[in-house]
Ligand binder design. Structure first.
Ligand code: NAD
Length: 260
């Protein structure tokens, strides 16, 4: 890519989002970080990325359940960088429970963070991307955007929803140089996955070790976790000019999970 891009990555204080933000900074792109966490840790990560890669890295703590805060996140990025060329909708949470016990509040939060936030961010950047004739929107969906597992009703619904949203935005951007793709990772060892091990153990009546071996790695024929670096590299490729004809697609990076 000849000129540096300006990216917003939601939920980038941890895990996959931080992996994607790091890959972007390593390309020399400016990045707006977002997400929750310890203020000092976030600031030290922000300044580390900015110094190591000599790029502009900002942070905004918008809560992805709040449309007005989402608009402020996009406004801040536009003000800091002049424009937003790349939007990665990555923020997400999980809750594992049989449907009969699934808390309604968890359903609402998962739909808001994992699905509706992408509507609000995309709406806020889309007109300007179209006007400039270039834009890259990447939605971090999941293998669960393509297939289901029990006890993850809200997550699977939100992830299937975002794959559909991806296709619609791809069609709306197709003649304007704006692509929209979904990345569908299998299991990546991040805090989100580590946190669901005990809940899955309870829901399935297994030990935590059994969950890792028989549920998590069992799902992936390679028997290995996907890494955040691998997801970051795919995101960089989808932003490149070589990927200009790749749009509306759901890209599996799942060790063969969905092939089964
Ligand atoms: P993570 O818990 O490490 O990171 C989640 C990020 O989202 C954090 O930065 C967190 O602060 C942020 N976040 C959570 N709620 C937020 C809110 N209300 N507003 C703003 N930010 C918020 O999780 P991860 O595993 O890196 O997951 C990132 C994305 O990847 C999610 O959409 C997840 O569904 C998806 N994914 C993860 C895996 C996996 O195996 N880890 C697999 C497939 C898809």
């Amino acid at each position: 890519m000849s000129k540096p891009l300006n990216a917003v990555v939601t939920g980038s204080t941890s895990g996959i989002g931080l992996g994607i933000a790091t890959a972007f900074a390593a390309e020399g792109w400016n990045v707006m970080l977002n997400g929750f966490g310890d203020e000092n840790e976030i600031e030290s990560e922000r300044s580390r990325l900015a110094e190591k890669y000599d790029v502009n890295v900002k942070y905004n703590n918008a809560d992805m359940t709040k449309p007005d805060e989402i608009q402020t996140l996009i406004n801040d990025a536009q003000e800091a960088f002049g424009q937003v060329d790349v939007l990665v909708n990555n923020a997400g949470i999980q809750h594992v429970s049989p449907i009969e016990d699934f808390p309604a509040g968890k359903w609402d939060a998962i739909i808001a963070i994992n699905l509706s936030s992408a509507f609000h961010t995309t709406k806020a950047v889309f007109a300007q991307m179209k006007e400039r004739g270039f834009g890259r929107i990447i939605n971090v969906a999941s293998a669960h955007g393509l297939v289901a597992s029990p006890f993850k009703s809200a997550y699977v619904a939100a992830k299937h929803g975002i794959v559909g949203f991806t296709k619609t935005i791809a069609l709306e951007g197709a003649e304007f140089g704006v692509t929209c793709n979904a990345i569908c990772p299998g299991y990546v060892k991040t805090p989100l996955v580590e946190a669901q091990i005990p809940d899955t153990a309870n829901a399935r009546g297994m030990s935590e070790e059994e969950v890792v071996q028989k549920v998590i790695l069992e799902a992936q024929p390679t028997k290995q976790f996907v890494t955040v670096e691998q997801v970051g590299a795919l995101a960089v490729f989808l932003c490149s000019s070589s990927a200009s004809q790749i749009t509306g697609a759901a890209h599996q990076i799942d060790g063969g999970w969905v092939a089964k």
